[in-house]
Every structure is written in structure tokens, then in C-alpha cells.
Design a protein around this ligand. Structure first.
Ligand code: CDP
Length: 209
């Protein structure tokens, strides 16, 4: 694994992507949005007319697609940056992400990607602190009130956000949960800069131990 990994998990709209991107920028590290990977596989499955409950077909797809998340989210070279946030994708992604074979394929790619990073990397998702990088340099769990989280999601209503949280937290394969050694930060009413500052202080404290 890359010399340093900051792993960030949390429910929808807790601020993971925004905070992780700003944190990576402040440190001069790379950044990986693993949710975009599950979303891109979902978009491709729907484009091919696959049934997202067809575990075998989804596993085969997850193992064979070419994915990028930066500078744009692409699947097999097709730009899906806009499509990954659609209502249809929001509805289907948690089903796709509950498939253990799909997860295995994504986790393998996430670890390979981190291995290839020259300095450090910030990785965010649902199972990063618990499954993907349990030995991360620093583990953070971001949270916020449901009202605030659905306000941040903008075009996704509170019911949809709550439904995704429920599916993500109750699934058998790598459910969303707080790692026992993660630092929990409630981002309700806090600015991105403030949260990034707190994480950098945690990193400094961790390294001086
Ligand atoms: O941006 P938001 O927090 O709403 O979601 P996201 O990070 O884009 O993730 C979309 C969906 O992918 C989640 O609702 C999970 O079902 C799934 N996911 C996951 O299972 N594991 C991850 N490491 C990242 C996302």
C-alpha cells in the first residue's frame, strides 16, 4: 500500500467526497471516490439492460469493465460523470454495491490503485476503514444530521438518502459501520476547511505518536 492512506467512511451526504478532495489537495496527495466506482458499474449495467439483481452478470461486468474516476468518471472509455448521479442510478446503486462479487472486484482495484500512489492517498466510501484499508494511517468516520445530509444532496430527496443509508448499513457484505478506531466527526454546521483542519491535526498527532 502507498506510504500513507487516510480512509474516510460515512453515510450519504456526510461530506466525504468534498472533504476528501480538499484534504488531498491540502496534503498534495491523490484522492479516490469509491462510490463513483460502484455508481459507474451501475450505469453500465443499466445501459446494457442487465437486471441489477442478477448477481452473476453483475460480477462478470465488475470484473471486466475499465474504470476511471479522475479527471472524469468513465466506464469502458465512456464519460458517465453526469449519469452516475441520476435518480435511476441512486435507486439501483445500493443493490449493485450489496453484491459480494462486485465488492471483491472493486476492493481489489482500490488496493491496486493505492499501491500505485507515490506519496499518500485519501480514499472515501462505506467500507474503507473496515475492509479495504483496516491498517490505514488514519481512519475517519464522517456524519451529519439526515436533514443536513439531504439538503447537501440537493436533487436527491430525504427519503432516497434514508433508503440508501438503510440498505448500505444493513447489507451482509461489508455494511457501513464505524470502525472502533475511527475518529468520528459530525460535519453538521461545520465548514469544509474546518473539518479538513481537524483531520490534518489528527494526522499530525497520529504521526508524532
Ligand atoms: O455521494 P454519496 O455519499 O451519496 O454516495 P457515494 O459515495 O457516491 O456511494 C454511492 C453508493 O455506493 C452508496 O450508497 C453505497 O451503496 C455504495 N458504496 C459502497 O457500497 N461502498 C463504497 N466503498 C462506496 C460506495
Amino acid at each position: 500500500m502507498s506510504e500513507a492512506v487516510i480512509a474516510i467512511d460515512g453515510p450519504a451526504g456526510s461530506g466525504k467526497s468534498t472533504v476528501a478532495r480538499a484534504l488531498a489537495g491540502a496534503l498534495g496527495w491523490s484522492f479516490l471516490d469509491t462510490g463513483a466506482m460502484y455508481r459507474a458499474v451501475t450505469v453500465e449495467a443499466l445501459a446494457r439492460g442487465l437486471d441489477v439483481h442478477d448477481a452473476g452478470a453483475l460480477a462478470e461486468l465488475a470484473n471486466s469493465v475499465t474504470l476511471t474516476t479522475l479527471p472524469r468518471v468513465t466506464v469502458n472509455g465512456r464519460d458517465v460523470e453526469d449519469e452516475i448521479r441520476s435518480e435511476t442510478t441512486n435507486l439501483a446503486v445500493s443493490v449493485v454495491a450489496a453484491n459480494p462479487e462486485v465488492r471483491r472486484a472493486m476492493v481489489r482495484r482500490q488496493r491496486e490503485w493505492a499501491d500505485a500512489q507515490p506519496v499518500g492517498t485519501v480514499v472515501e466510501g462505506r467500507d474503507i476503514t473496515t475492509v479495504v484499508f483496516p491498517d490505514a494511517t488514519l481512519k475517519i468516520y464522517l456524519t451529519a444530521s439526515l436533514e443536513e445530509r439531504s439538503r447537501r444532496r440537493g436533487d436527491e430527496d430525504a427519503d432516497s438518502v434514508a433508503r440508501r443509508d438503510q440498505v448500505d448499513s444493513s447489507r451482509a457484505a461489508s455494511p457501513l459501520r464505524q470502525a472502533h478506531d475511527a475518529t468520528v466527526i459530525d460535519t453538521t454546521d461545520r465548514t469544509v476547511e474546518d473539518v479538513v483542519g481537524e483531520i490534518i491535526r489528527c494526522l499530525t498527532a497520529q504521526r508524532s505518536r
